[in-house]
Design a protein around this ligand. Sequence first.
Ligand code: ZN
Length: 419
Amino acid sequence: MKKLLLLAALCFPFAIPMSAQKVAVRAGHVVDPATGTAAADQVILVEDGRITAVGRNLDVRGVDRVIDLSDAWVMPGLMDAHVHLTLNMPDEMGVAVPLPTFYLSQSNASRALLGVKNARDVLHAGFTTVKDIGNDGNYVATDLRRAVEAGWIEGPTILNTGKIIGPFGGQTHDISPDMPHIWEFEYVDADSPEEVRKAVRQNIYYGATAIKLVADNSAFYYDVDEIRAAVDEAAKAGLTVAVHAYGGEGARNAILAGAHSIEHGWTLDDELLRLMKERGTVLVGTDFPLEHYRAMVMFFPDPEGIYAQTVRRLRRAHEIGVRMAFGSDVVVDLLDRDRGRLALDFLSTWVEAGVPAPEILRAFTTNNAEFLRVADERGAIAPGQWADLVATPGNPLQDILQLREIRYVMKEGRVVRSE
Ligand SMILES: [Zn+2]
């Protein structure tokens, strides 16, 4: 039996149970993003991966291990509500491969392996929970999520939306009528409330834990009844519905239909932002930094223009009081940085828009935990929560760019990174 356990440990190093492991983390400060406050000289007690107590003079006798972060600021792990773990559009000689070419040239096996790498990279950067928002081949992200849950691979807690549900053609354009519907590896065509309901059921059957629609990527867009059908059907299974919409009527219909989030929303005007605030629709803005827009000039021919628009919309959303959850949406490897580092680049857009540091931190933690419906277990440093922690050298409530200096990551009580 012992031999078997040893073998299991060698083969599946992440599957080692944390049984009865008691850990004490000495924290210089513990940050509470929900209130925007920090408490000095704290001890966090962790047992079997969960936090059991937090306080100043806790008794650490009897713990198996004391972790010294007494010179650091400790906070809940970061969350990203818009990632594509199994999609990477290579940038070749300044020209990105168009999506159809990508679908035809990449096997789902290779995309699963890419997902393994991206899952590890985002976790090491400090993202302990992410939502894979589709473009995942034939439900590859379901397998990726299950591999993390089984302890086969290292990665964050994953929610996954499965195939993106959209009006005919998904997000492709100009595929010949003589060609097969190659988009069906990524998208489900659904062109009436009944078809949307069926698509939602299909996704749930194949392991989706959230639902994503694309509302306005074509000349035609979803109406209120179609989006409401998705919201109603998803609600039966307790799932949320995210809707890709830039602005205009597609976004308005999504908000009125009760969608839980608008993804991107780059052209949302004040009227729609106010409507979002009124209805409680979350904005997952995917607010690319200028450096990324410039590097993706093949998609964004006027990088300065779209960046200015992004900053303006982010500033207005903040001023109007729209609830915001952080989402990145990186799909092109740029500048020799991995997915996790690229996601943290987005902080510069939030700073440029004048959003205060505590509010930005909330978008990365508290707001996302509530939006992703994991707040009873993740997103705070409190008894009963999983010990998903990161640490920075300085105070993120004053300097949010400290999040780029994360050197310590703990996931469910296990040290992921400590240099
Ligand atoms: Zn996206």
